[in-house]
Design a protein around this ligand. Structure first.
Ligand SMILES: [Cu+2]
Length: 413
């Protein structure tokens, strides 16, 4: 069965001295946004009432999954008309990313289904234990935002005792010789934007680890899941020098993710530069409660998964929209601008009241390029934009990252 999707948003950045000339690589989480946009996937749609543009039929072979026995997990992506969606664009080197997580968040697997002749995406997996698991199938259909489908599965066989989820009091973890120190910057509270800084060290020498390899085209991958498993984020670092407000995303649907976007990555014949030993993730946790964060790094050909558990405090109540008479409210959320198209008559003033209810999207700015209007959109503030169009036609607006898009349609007469 497919459950409701709820995602957070991520804008990731790598801040590291050694990292140069990266050209942007932040993919964000997402989910079933109804609107097909060809913007990058920075925004997740969390509302359950949005029509799904895509659905996923899941099947396992054999049908009953047993602990210790290999099983094939098959995902068939279908569009609104029920037609099978083939040849999903490659994002982070794969057409589909599958995260398999046990209900207690203790087990975590990141695997990659591949397309088979019938159009389904399949991967073999062996669940080590019986019990309940959740599958997150993460893919980005052509001309769509990123989609994350959540699927619950029950695995038969011996169950292990549940591991309690306990918030870390110490953010230093050592896994497979890699010491990772996480330092959150900003308050860990629901809806607030926070920077998660990660420093990596060689555990044996204590020196910064500068021999990280690109894993799926990135220096690090982060998956963040809430205690109730509803919020899911699959995020990647962004390049140095690009800030959240002005960053360009390279996740444009249809475009292949650049595996060699980082200069330190392995270029044939070139000297491999040291990798960055610091990675930063700009994100926000949608709600209060416990979240598990898995950082994935690759070193010496081995993928190292480092888990953290964070306690997110209750956030502040966000002010409601305050729309003056005569203004049309345009809400900025993960699914984009709503409404995304506003009609006016020629000669009439355009009066829009932009309102961003949460930080779970990257829409921190609205830009009307043709009008030379740029406005910051702080969470909970109602921001008014007024201008009088000079002629008929469409006037586009977008978020600062050009991922969320909308338009004003000026009728001829
Ligand atoms: Cu993946």
């Amino acid at each position: 069965m497919i459950t409701r999707i709820l995602l957070g948003i991520f804008c990731f950045s790598v801040i590291a001295v050694f990292l140069s000339a990266c050209d942007g690589a932040a993919t964000t989480p997402n989910s079933n946004a109804a609107a097909a946009t060809n913007s990058a996937t920075a925004n997740a749609n969390t509302t359950a009432d949005v029509d799904k543009a895509f659905k996923v039929d899941f099947a396992s072979e054999p049908g009953s999954i047993q602990a210790g026995a290999p099983v094939t997990l098959a995902f068939t992506v279908k569009d609104k008309q029920g037609a099978i969606v083939r040849d999903l664009p490659i994002v982070h080197e794969k057409p589909m990313h599958l995260l398999i997580v046990s209900k207690d968040l203790a087990e975590f697997y990141h695997v990659h289904p591949e397309q088979s002749d019938d159009g389904s995406y399949r991967v073999q997996h062996t669940f080590p234990n019986g019990g309940e698991y959740k599958l997150y199938a993460d893919f980005t259909p052509k001309d769509s935002v990123q989609v994350v489908e959540q699927i619950d599965v029950k695995v038969g066989g011996q169950e292990r005792p549940k591991e309690p989820l306990i918030a870390d009091t110490n953010y230093t973890k050592t896994v497979s010789g890699l010491k990772v120190v996480m330092e959150p910057e900003g308050e860990l509270k629901g809806g607030a934007e926070v920077m998660l800084n990660f420093q990596v060290f060689d555990a044996a020498s204590g020196k910064p680890a500068t021999d990280l390899q690109n894993y799926l085209g990135e220096l690090a991958h982060f998956v963040i899941i809430s205690e109730d498993m509803q919020d899911f984020v699959h995020a990647h670092p962004m390049s140095k020098g690009e800030k959240m407000d002005g960053m360009k995303m390279d996740g444009d649907s249809g475009s292949e993710h650049k595996a060699d976007g980082h200069e330190h990555s392995t270029m044939e014949g070139a000297t491999v530069k040291p990798s960055a030993s610091e990675v930063a993730a700009h994100t926000s946790f949608p709600r209060s409660g416990l979240y598990k964060v898995w950082g994935q790094f690759q070193r010496g050909g081995q993928v190292i998964t480092v888990p953290f558990t964070l306690k997110i405090a209750e956030g502040e109540k966000v002010k409601a929209a305050n729309v003056p008479a005569g203004f049309t409210q345009v809400t900025v959320a993960k699914a984009g601008f709503s409404p995304s198209s506003v009609n006016v008559k020629k000669g009439e003033k355009v009066a829009l009241a932009f309102y961003r209810a949460d930080a779970e999207n990257c829409g921190s700015e609205v830009v009307f390029a043709s009008q030379k209007i740029t406005r910051k959109l702080p969470v909970g503030e109602t921001v008014l934009v007024e201008f009088t169009p000079t002629g008929a036609g469409e006037i586009a607006f977008a978020c600062g990252m050009d991922m969320l898009r909308g338009k004003v349609v000026v009728a001829g007469m």
